[in-house]
Design a protein. Structure first.
Length: 274
């Protein structure tokens, strides 16, 4: 079973709880949507799934229906207590904690791989995905519902309007694609923006990035209207552009991840300023 809009409102009312806008609490109240996410995640009895921002458990229950082992993370103490009641009798493990500061090794254990499947709160979606790619290799796949413009940014390629620093980070570690669009009508309270589901698959065999890669990318996109020779002045020596095969007149959004890697590799090899 999953939760309908009426059940969500009744549960909150019975426990004297209210959606917290500052936590980005917009609950999915459409059973078809959460079951669709579970199908897109392609999880089943042999899968280990972690969910962040589990809330009242609508998606949690849909994931449990597949037979997957589910660890549901919820930061709100009131919702975590209620979530335990909702999933009682299932194999779901509830972890009360902040995903942005969670001890992921303790939460996930030594087993791998894990799939993250979640309706991510808008206020943590981008930094959480970036942090998990950087530091939690046990999660090798993510299927996450986020604000539509965030989904486009995570999956963007060089030259796309949505391409930015986080796009480069995602592209370094993984491949990403928007796999579904989700209307605001499936949430309660209804948000002012549309959502989308993005799938992120970690690449096999990717080593640590060159030192300073993501700081360099951030500097380039921090002044994205400027040519790289200006936005990266003091960080990249002039000869590095030629060595990396990058035009100094280019702008940040023109460089794919391989070009950024070449540029960062050269930049770290240049002698320090005297």
């Amino acid at each position: 079973m999953t939760l309908s809009a009426r059940q969500v409102r009744d549960l909150l009312r019975a426990h004297e709880l209210h959606p917290k806008q500052w936590r980005g609490q917009n609950f999915v109240v459409d059973p078809n949507t959460v079951r669709r996410m579970a199908r897109l995640a392609e999880v089943g009895p042999e899968s280990r799934v972690v969910e962040v921002g589990a809330g009242l458990g609508s998606l949690t229950l849909a994931l449990a229906e597949t037979g997957a082992s589910v660890t549901a993370v919820e930061v709100d103490p009131g919702l975590a207590t209620l979530l335990r009641e909702v999933v009682a009798g299932t194999s779901v493990a509830v972890v009360e904690g902040d995903a942005m500061g969670l001890d992921w090794g303790a939460a996930l254990g030594a087993d791998r791989p894990w799939t993250l499947v979640a309706n991510l709160p808008y206020n943590i979606a981008t930094p959480l995905v970036a942090d998990l790619l950087d530091g939690v290799p046990a999660i090798d796949r993510m299927v996450v519902m986020v604000q539509e413009e965030v989904a486009d940014r995570l999956a963007a390629s060089a030259g796309d309007a949505a391409y930015g620093a986080v796009s480069v980070k995602v592209a370094y570690w993984a491949s990403a694609a928007v796999v579904a669009r989700v209307p605001a009508t499936v949430f309660w309270p209804r948000p002012k923006v549309e959502s989308a589901v993005v799938e992120v698959r970690r690449r096999v065999g990717v080593g640590p990035p060159p030192p300073g890669l993501f700081a360099l990318v951030a500097a380039g996109f921090g002044q994205r209207r400027k040519m790289l020779r200006r936005s990266l002045a003091g960080l990249v020596a002039g000869e590095c552009f030629a060595a990396a095969g990058v035009r100094p007149e280019a702008r940040a959004e023109e460089l794919d991840v391989d070009a950024w890697v070449r540029l960062a590799t050269c930049a770290r090899l240049k002698p320090p300023p005297s």
